[in-house]
Design a protein around this ligand. Structure first.
Ligand code: GZL
Length: 330
């Protein structure tokens, strides 16, 4: 009888161990929305990486670009007691309270893409995001160096800056980089600055209004490629030649921008990779092993792509888009 009892006990123990080890690692992801090709690529890459990992399960929320939806999602993740939370904020402010609740629930938080202003006041286990100020600098530097390369470095030209979602760290960072770099190129005269909210439709609408209200636009700096592509539609509808009548510099380096550059309708795009799966998966695997990371925001290596290559921006030299378009992953 005692032997039977011992056998049953051992069996029950084995079942409980196997059940525990079989428990999925639940990774929750609060995504901003689907406003751009970049965002779609970012979502697809992270979903595939997490859902494709043995023993992991993804809990995904699309906030449709509304902060209140992201706050609700984060609170739902807490209620579900998920194992890890991935978070990128639609805007930089207004996250202190809910991210402190995540900390109090002791759910490890990974910050990706847009880092919240309260980052230095909360706990997070790792962070990955673009260097938005450098990306903004590169946009202006590319325009200034390109104009020099065609002998127009000393000619006053009118430049407009189409900003991303107002208050997003990608917008505030790129604008900071844009405006700081303009001081290095005094012949670039800023004649327009307005948000296109990172969407193609709003980029087209802003460009349409600028073409009616501003006498002469020589250069468009669009803080993402989707807005640049919308502006190209407006420029063509106005009977002008994009890439020639108006020099167009985007940001993100999505496939549609490469297509536009190769077609001669766009001049350059500054890379900002959306492919964070290759950072997030190994980081969570390491965290499961008990490894720790510091609060440094890891910036991926990023390039600049344009019509002909060879434009030296100090930290990077541009590459001819046509030479690498076949290798692009997003
Ligand atoms: C940048 C990212 C921005 C992209 C836009 O890391 O937050 O948001 O530049 C996207 O295309 O909408």
């Amino acid at each position: 009888m005692k032997k039977l009892f011992a056998l049953v006990l051992v069996f029950a123990l084995l079942v409980s161990i196997s059940a525990a080890s079989a428990k999925d690692v639940v990774v929750a992801f609060s995504q901003i929305g689907q406003e751009s090709d970049w965002r779609t690529a970012n979502t697809d890459d992270l979903r595939n990486a997490i859902e494709g990992h043995a023993g992991w399960k993804l809990v995904y929320d699309d906030a449709q670009q509304k902060q209140e939806n992201q706050i609700k999602a984060l609170r739902n993740f807490i209620t579900q007691d998920v194992d890890y939370i991935l978070f990128t904020g639609v805007v930089s402010t207004g996250w202190d309270e809910v991210l402190k609740e995540v900390n109090e629930a002791e759910i490890p938080l990974l910050l990706i893409d847009r880092i919240p202003d309260c980052a230095d006041k909360i706990d997070y286990v790792a962070a990955f995001g673009g260097d938005f100020v450098e990306e903004g600098r590169r946009q202006i530097a590319w325009a200034g160096e390109y104009l020099k390369s065609i002998g127009k470095g000393d000619v006053d030209v009118n430049i407009v800056i189409m900003e991303g979602t107002t208050g997003a760290s990608a917008q505030t960072g790129r604008t900071e980089g844009n405006l700081k770099a303009l001081k290095e190129y005094p012949h670039l005269k800023l004649v327009g600055q307005q948000s296109g909210n990172f969407t193609r439709a709003e980029g087209q609408a802003v460009m349409e209004s600028w073409l009616k209200s501003i006498d002469k636009i020589d250069v468009l700096i669009a803080q993402n490629d989707d807005m640049a592509l919308g502006a190209i539609d407006a420029i063509k509808a106005a009977g002008k030649v994009p890439g020639k009548d108006i020099i167009i510099v985007g940001c993100d380096s999505v496939k549609a921008a490469f297509d536009a550059i190769v077609a001669g309708e766009m001049n350059a795009t500054i890379e900002c990779t959306p492919l964070y799966g290759k950072f997030v998966v190994p980081t969570i695997e390491a965290l499961i092993r008990g490894e720790k990371f510091d609060k440094t925001v890891v910036h991926p290596e990023e390039g600049v792509f344009d019509m002909d290559g060879g434009i030296d921006l100090g930290t990077v030299k541009s590459i001819k888009a046509a030479d690498v378009i076949a290798t692009r992953q997003y």
